[in-house]
Design a protein around this ligand. Structure first.
Ligand code: ADP
Ligand code: MG
Length: 367
């Protein structure tokens, strides 16, 4: 059981290279928090500062109300699982899992109990007497997790634990981690990934890191439905949200936006005031929220340049004229199979409840 509090945490490498600043975050006991963001945004750095493997150069980290900044890693009650799991090759699964407990001079009975309990949770009971080389990649990763579970830590830290596994094993192991978390409702876990699908499927709350700071914190669906800024809007969801440049032509409870380049107008269920009249905005529409229309009001009309039929959905690509869109392509993801639309003109719109509006990169919902 542990909660964490980060206050104005920052990291500057070598006294000059600032990679993180103004990190403020409260993590409650029992949460599975996922840090997600593009490569190099500081996810590992933040995790390693929490673990004590990297010095915190500004701000404060508390675990259970105690300041941890200068507490050595072994005294923080934390266990960390890395991307590359180095098991001892000449030791059985049981001995790999027992190793830290032996070092800590626990009694043989205590060690046995802890290892058996962890093996059960991780469904490794049958493999306890095998060597690592006789295990699959997913099983080895589970042993690596087992080595942290036996120590009964207050906080588990995972740094991209699945990125060395192939695609199908990644999904299977992801589900196992979700089940593992369910079997330990009072343990606090922080999980780092660059993969937004992993973040969406595992997290109780996601922390999106970008530009040295936190872009947004929220539940997976909060981030999907109510992104605070264009970065989060385009990072969560795949393919990324389309952004179309336009201007507000009617304000009120519902806002009407004229999309540039001769497209029609589109309505958004986002309240605006008279002062917003004429405001330059980006209209955000997720590919899966695009719908074909024959009406006069629409967000976008163009010829389909590429068709990707995936079976359950078809992804249609349009080469967006650069003046009308903030992205090079506009993508529509329509349910079912549409193979005969290449080169044909389509007119697309979206339900007003699915339309996002951003000014200067920030959502109008959060003003
Ligand atoms: P992520 O895990 O999100 O991919 P990292 O936390 O590993 O990112 O790195 C964040 C930034 O800090 C990167 O720009 C990286 O080059 C830089 N960095 C990481 N470790 C060091 C170091 N020891 N010295 C200097 N810069 C570092
Ligand atoms: Mg990393």
């Amino acid at each position: 059981m542990a909660d964490l509090k980060l206050t104005n945490v920052e990291k500057t490498y070598g006294g000059t290279v600032n990679v993180l600043k103004d990190i403020n975050l409260d993590i409650q006991t029992g949460e599975l928090i996922v840090f997600v963001g593009p490569s190099g945004c500081g996810k590992s750095t933040l995790l390693r500062m929490i673990a004590g493997l990297e010095k915190i150069t500004g701000g404060e980290l508390k675990i259970d109300g105690e300041v941890m900044n200068d507490v050595p890693p072994a005294m923080r009650g934390i266990a960390m699982v890395f991307q590359s799991y180095a098991l001892y090759p000449h030791m059985t699964v049981r001995d790999n899992m027992a190793f830290a407990l032996k070092l800590a001079k626990k009694s043989p009975q205590e060690i046995d109990e802890a290892v058996n309990r962890a093996a059960k949770v991780l469904q490794l009971d049958e493999y306890l007497d095998r060597l690592p080389k006789a295990l699959s990649g997913g099983q080895r990763q589970r042993v690596a997790i087992g080595r942290s579970i036996v120590r009964d830590p207050k906080v588990y830290l995972f740094d991209e634990p699945l990125s060395n596994l192939d695609a199908s094993l990644r999904v299977a192991t992801r589900i196992e981690i979700a089940q593992l978390k369910e079997s330990m409702p009072n343990s606090t876990m922080i999980y780092v990934t660059h993969d937004q699908v992993e973040a969406m499927t595992l997290a109780s709350r996601i922390v999106v890191l970008a530009n040295k700071g936190i872009a947004q914190v929220g539940s997976p669906l909060e981030l999907y439905e109510r992104p605070e800024n264009e970065f989060v809007a385009q990072f969560i969801g795949s393919p990324a949200m389309n952004l179309l440049a336009g201007e507000i032509v009617n304000t009120g409870e519902v806002t009407e936006v004229k999309v540039h380049d001769g497209a029609g107008t589109i309505m958004a269920n986002i309240p605006t005031t008279e002062a917003d009249q004429g405001l330059a905005v980006n209209v955000g529409i997720r590919p899966e929220d695009m719908v074909a229309t024959t009406g006069e009001n629409y967000a976008f009309a163009d010829e389909v340049s590429i068709v990707e039929a995936l079976g359950e959905v078809t992804q249609l690509y349009f080469a967006a004229p650069s003046s009308s869109a903030d992205t090079d392509t506009v993508i529509a993801k329509l349910p079912g199979i549409h193979t005969d639309v290449r080169g044909k003109k389509m007119t697309l719109t979206a339900d007003p409840s699915k339309v996002h509006l951003f000014a200067d990169g920030q959502s109008l919902l959060y003003r």
